[in-house]
Every structure is written in C-alpha cells, then in structure tokens.
Design a protein around this ligand. Structure first.
Ligand code: BTN
Length: 318
C-alpha cells in the first residue's frame, strides 16, 4: 500500500483523533522523516492536518479533490480499483482506459478525470463534465462471459451506483433501464459500456460512469437532469461517494447475476411498467416483464409475444 494511502487510512480510522507518529512509522514502514514529508505533501494538496510534538498528527479536513490515495484509503476492494489514476483534464476517460486496455492493463483499472472536454454518452450524445463537480470515470473489465451477455455489466453498474448513492446521501436513487440512475424523476447518473470483442470473447469492456454530484442546475441539461447537491440541498463528498461506488461495483460485478437482477428489480423504475422504447427509427411498446440472464429486457408486446431488447431510449407510460 502506498504511504499516502496508509496515512490517510489511519486518519480516517482515528476519526478526527491524533495518530502517533510512531504508529504511522509502524504502519507504513517508512521513516519519521518520510512520514513528515508525506504529511507536508498532503497539506500542499489541501488536507488540513494538525501536528503536535507529543500526540502526532490529526486530520481536520480533507479537500474536495479526487486522489488515488484518498479513494483507496476509504475502500477495500478485490478487483475494481486495484489501480486508480486521476487526471485533471482529459477528452474522455473511456478513451484513456481503452488505450491502456490495448497495452495489457489489468482488469480493475479505474481512471477518473476532474473534467472531460469530450465526455460522451450513449448514441454519440455529449456528456457535460464540469470541473470538480462530478465523478467522471471509467473502469476496465475483462469478463469471462460472452459478448451477448455484456448488458450484465451495465445492469450491475446501475445497481452499484444506485446503492452507493442511497448509502451516502439517503436519496431514493432508482434505475431506469438500461443505463440511467434517477432521483426524483430526473437523471443523476449515466453509464456507457463500450466493448472490444473478438468472436465469442470479450477482450475488454470499458465501463464509463458519469455522476452529477455537485453540479448546479445551470450546468446540467435543462429539465431532464439533476445532481446530488440539488436533491439533498448540500454539497456532497465526492471522494466518499467514489469509494462507495467502487466498493459496490466490486461486489455487484463479481456477484451471482441472479442476485444482481433481484436488486435491480427492487430499484427499477421500469420493471412491471408499460414502456415505449425507441431504437433509431424503430418504436415499440410493451410491458417490461423481466431481465433475462444476459441482462436484456424481456418486453411483452400487445400481441403476447416476448421480445428481447438490448438497448434504446425508454419512456415509461403513465
Ligand atoms: C449516458 O447516460 O448516455 C452515458 C453517460 C456516460 C458518461 C461517462 S463520464 C465518464 C465516461 N467518459 C465518457 O466520455 N463517458 C463516460
């Protein structure tokens, strides 16, 4: 574990109390001088840390800034977040992960950006990613299942994001199939899964997630989008949410898919509803009956036939 991660983890465990310099030395196997240097670096990053000649150090406040050390200090995962990178600005985090996937990066890599200049959503739409206001990140997955089961990734990610949001904010976050997380009827997060497959094998799946955390209304597409700050009435801790989302992703990505579907059903705004789905020029209506084992939506048409739907824009009929 990196020294910065270990120090922050000790601070969070101490919950505002002093941590003796000696304890930090034992934890990190670094020298007292190296610890003092790390503390100074953290202070330069904006962490408010008090040092005391006898008691050691204590964390008074953490900045609203994403760092790999801080995210790692607040979560313990098996696969997701093995390696975390944070960029100040990038075109799209999905592109960075795609590039790294081609250079043999391991499953679980997560790339965050404080802002994106060319964030993209589904169907080639732009995704606004204002600096320091959200969580804009991508995860490299290398699942063993076939490309036809790729919708499972989006389903698991939706459940994970909704879970983490409910836990950190107490909001009633729900999932609108296939990829939106909704609060109070408006979109608060979106998921874009991009695949690189050869034949029957997924070489890499790039799971891109955008969460509107502290965006103001003027920064969001009018009427259809909202943010956690707007819905809770106060700024939210982005690092805490990032840590919760990675922990939830680690759990739901590796969980039995039946358990994921059960959780999805509990949080879904679409299941058991009459839907209108548009897929390009095609528009179909039907009753959302279930998800199948691949994560596709089974839609009962008016003529009684069951249709398997892989994607599209969904409107829930009143
Ligand atoms: C959608 O709802 O249309 C999907 C939005 C996905 C946005 C995220 S932000 C991080 C990652 N990088 C991108 O360019 N897009 C995804």
């Amino acid at each position: 574990m990196a020294t910065g991660t270990a120090i922050l983890e000790a601070f969070y465990q101490a919950a505002g109390q002093f941590v003796a310099a000696n304890d930090l030395v034992k934890l990190t196997h670094a020298s007292t001088e190296a610890i003092a240097g790390e503390i100074q670096e953290l202070q330069q990053l904006g962490y408010s840390i008090e040092s005391h000649p006898h008691f050691g150090y204590r964390l008074l406040d953490a900045p609203d800034r994403l760092t790999a050390d801080d995210i790692k200090a607040r979560t313990h995962t098996e696969v997701i977040g093995r390696k975390i990178l944070v960029f100040e600005e990038t075109a799209s985090t999905n592109d960075i992960v795609e590039h790294m996937a081609r250079s043999q990066a391991r499953e679980g890599l997560v790339v965050f950006a404080e802002s994106q200049t060319k964030g993209r959503g589904r169907h080639g739409r732009a995704w606004v990613s204002p600096r320091g206001k959200g969580l804009w990140f991508s995860v490299l997955l290398r699942p063993k299942f076939k490309p036809s089961a790729a919708p499972r990734i989006t389903v698991a990610a939706g459940v994970a994001v909704a879970h983490a949001m409910r836990k950190t904010t107490g909001l009633d976050a729900r999932i609108k199939w296939p990829n939106d997380v909704i609060v109070a009827g408006k979109k608060v997060a979106g998921i874009l899964t991009e695949l690189h497959a050869e034949g029957d094998e997924i070489i890499a799946a790039i799971l891109g997630i955008g969460i509107d955390v502290n965006c103001r209304a003027e920064e969001l597409p009018a009427d259809i989008a909202t943010s956690l700050q707007i819905e809770t009435g106060k700024p939210q801790d982005r690092v805490a949410l990032a840590a919760e989302v990675l922990a939830a992703l680690d759990h739901f990505y590796r969980a039995d898919f039946e358990a994921v579907v059960a959780e999805w059903a509990r949080l879904s705004t679409t299941l058991g509803r009459q839907l209108i789905i548009t897929m390009g020029a095609r528009r179909i209506e039907g009753y959302a009956q279930a998800l199948d084992g691949d994560g596709a939506l089974l839609l009962r048409r008016d003529n009684g036939q069951l249709e398997r739907i892989l994607g599209g824009d969904v409107t829930v009929e009143k």
